[in-house]
Design a protein around this ligand. Structure first.
Ligand SMILES: C[S@@+](CC[C@H](N)C(=O)[O-])C[C@H]1O[C@@H](n2cnc3c(N)ncnc32)[C@H](O)[C@@H]1O
Length: 615
């Protein structure tokens, strides 16, 4: 268990409940009422996100046992304490390495129950309950070689120097899965090159490279295979123009840049300021040079005529992520169902917007890390039904040997790809690929040709010297695999942002300023929004010239405006069968019918006008 650090911290604060416990309790409460775990983790007022995550993951792991302990001991009624805090404290007391240290009132109240809890566990065989109900799906650790900074060959050489053994990549996907699920793969010093994505290396789940230079400098990136499949399936050509609509923290953006070999143009848009800053840092570290970043709502992003490829990977329920939170309890939660509906509506809104607004769009990948059909196949079906210009490509044909298609019962089922943790050894993920109907669809063949047979490398037996944290296995990941680094950046960026805020400036203010200019001038095609790699110092100098008050006003105006747009979009989204939605459906039918005769509905004309004004 990764609880060494909290205890060290607690020793310094013996007389009060540790901040991490209080914060963890707050996050837990919000997650239990349907909020996204990841968002709450990011937003929590506790700087050490890794520690916070470790504490919370331990609670999720033991939750069912604690349910019984709480019920049988009646601790909540007797002590009149906050439920979530009790869950956190019980977990720490019973299963952390050093137990609860300190003499705060809350801590002492819980400590009284230790003997009783042990007895309840013994009488009810609760340990057994834990292991049987928390069968953990162990997914391997995927490292993507960042070909913007290094080559696969160099990394293979480095791994060989580190005494790692490269196993031969089997010829079929079935054999490949067999290998990574086999006992052979449990050895810590073996790895295999992925069968589909050749820059992806697959290791035992315990392997981590946090100390090696290539990891630190961004040459090796921890990224789950399912997440890599999105950029892999979009497969943008070098020198093309690509829009990543929901880009932060930038994992897929950086993969796209690598596929494009840093050529062409890559627009990375994200509306979340904090994540946007993280992305800027990440992309810089990862050597991405063909990107322009925009801290704004993708729905208000100006339409660039040259956009040929779009990646849409919106914020979702995250229910596909292995060991995140108990899916069953979430599923029963009324608030979660409401949230799911809202998310699906927002996804549909973004997808329809993308398919309609970019005149030269040829290919779009829509992906989520959700296991919920409402956010996946249902959204795709809806989008196809109202965007006749596009059709789906068969994803599983493009990823040789992949068997998990979309969930049955939807028009799009057969064409979509689902990644299933227990089968595919990745996090749960959903992908669909849209292409314009009038294009030759030779894409499938092109993709299939791309899959190389990885060469057979001589296996050598040598001593493994990479640090492996045995205890890490106990900590379920959110998207920690890929986000551990993000969190580190988050902390660095937070510090930077705080400093910059004091001077009333920030990188994103530059963006805000530019966005405001866009709006003022309405010269959409000529805007130049801040380049991602603008050095902070240069930015500082620029921003100092901008008056504090005018920036704040612009910021407020933008926020208000985007809120209005957002509300409007959510209200009129097709999955909410509200009056608006029904009206819209009728209008779309009418538009379709009128299309052949060249007629346009008044509403369509009005909307076109509004769109121009919005941008
Ligand atoms: C699943 S994450 C994207 C992960 C990212 N593609 C990656 O691979 O690193 C979803 C992101 O979408 C952003 N987002 C959600 N709605 C958005 C919108 N309307 N416009 C721009 N960004 C949006 C969120 O802020 C969040 O950062």
């Amino acid at each position: 268990m990764v609880t060494e650090k909290p205890v060290k911290n607690m020793n310094k604060n013996k007389n009060k409940t540790s901040g991490v416990y209080k914060t963890a309790a707050k996050v837990l409460k919000k997650v239990k009422t349907g909020s996204s775990y990841k968002t709450q983790l990011y937003q929590a007022q506790y700087p050490n996100k890794l520690l916070l995550n470790a504490v919370l993951m331990n609670v999720f792991k033991w939750e069912r046992v604690i349910d019984v302990l709480v019920e049988k001991s009646k601790i909540l009624e007797k002590e009149n304490m906050d439920r979530e805090l009790v869950y956190i404290l019980i977990t720490e007391m019973m299963w952390s390495k050093f137990g609860l240290v300190g003499s705060a009132k809350n801590l002492l109240a819980v400590k009284k129950y230790k003997a009783e809890f042990l007895q309840i566990m013994k009488d009810n065989d609760l340990e057994k309950l834990t292991t049987s109900t928390h069968t953990k799906v162990l997914i391997p650790r995927f490292f993507r070689v960042n070909t913007l900074l290094t080559t696969i060959e160099k990394i293979l050489e480095k791994l060989s120097n580190l005494k790692f053994i490269k196993l031969k990549t089997p010829k079929s996907y079935a054999q490949f899965l067999e290998l990574i699920k086999s006992e052979k793969f449990e050895e810590k010093n073996v790895f295999v090159q992925d069968i589909h994505i050749k820059e992806l290396l697959v290791f035992n789940s315990k392997v981590k490279f946090y100390e090696i230079e290539e990891y630190k400098n961004g040459s090796l990136i921890v990224q789950d295979k399912a997440s890599c499949l999105a950029a892999y399936l979009l497969n943008p050509e070098p020198n093309s123009t690509v829009l990543d609509m929901c880009a932060a923290p930038g994992m897929k953006t950086s993969h796209l840049a690598a596929i494009m070999q840093n050529t062409g143009k890559l627009y990375a848009v994200d509306r979340n300021k904090e994540r946007f800053h993280i992305m800027q840092n990440m992309l810089q570290t990862y050597g991405v040079q063909n990107v322009e970043t925009f801290n704004m709502d993708a729905l208000t992003f100006p339409y660039y005529d040259d956009v040929k490829y779009i990646l849409l990977d919106p914020s979702c329920s995250g229910s596909g992520i292995v060991n995140r939170v108990r899916n069953d309890s979430l599923g029963q939660n009324q608030n979660f169902q409401t949230r799911l509906k809202k998310l699906a509506n927002v996804h549909a809104q973004l997808l329809n917007h993308a398919l309609k607004s970019y005149p030269n769009l040829e290919r779009l990948v829509y992906s989520t890390c959700s296991a919920n059909h409402e956010e996946n196949e249902a959204v795709v079906d809806e989008a196809l039904s109202i965007n006749g210009k596009f059709k789906l490509l068969d994803c599983t044909k493009m990823v040789k040997g992949w068997t998990n298609k979309g969930a049955p019962g939807y028009d799009s089922s057969e064409m979509c790809l689902n990644a299933i943790p227990s089968v595919d050894c990745t996090n749960g993920f959903f992908i669909s690929v849209f292409v314009r109907r009038d294009l030759e669809d030779n894409e499938v063949a092109k993709k299939e040709e791309n899959i190389d047979d990885t060469e057979n490398v001589k296996e050598e037996k040598v001593v493994e010297d990479i640090e492996v944290d045995e205890e890490e296995e106990d900590v379920g990941d959110i998207e920690v695999d890929e986000e551990k680094k993000v969190i580190e950046y988050n902390e660095i960026v937070n510090k930077k942002v705080k400093k910059v805020k004091k001077q009333s400036i920030s990188n994103s203010d530059i963006n805000v300023k530019n966005k405001s200019e866009i709006k003022k001038n309405k010269k959409l095609k000529n805007i130049k929004v801040e380049k991602v790699f603008e050095d902070n110092e240069i930015v500082d100098k620029k921003v100092k010239k901008v008056k504090k008050s005018s920036i704040t006003n612009m910021d407020n105006n933008l926020e208000k405006k985007s809120q209005i747009i957002k509300n409007k979009n959510i209200e009129s989204t097709p999955l909410v069968k509200s009056k608006n939605a029904k009206r819209r459906e009728r209008r779309l039918k009418l538009e379709k019918a009128n299309k052949s005769s060249g007629l346009q509905t008044t509403k369509a004309k009005k909307q076109k006008k509004v769109k121009v004004e919005q941008t």
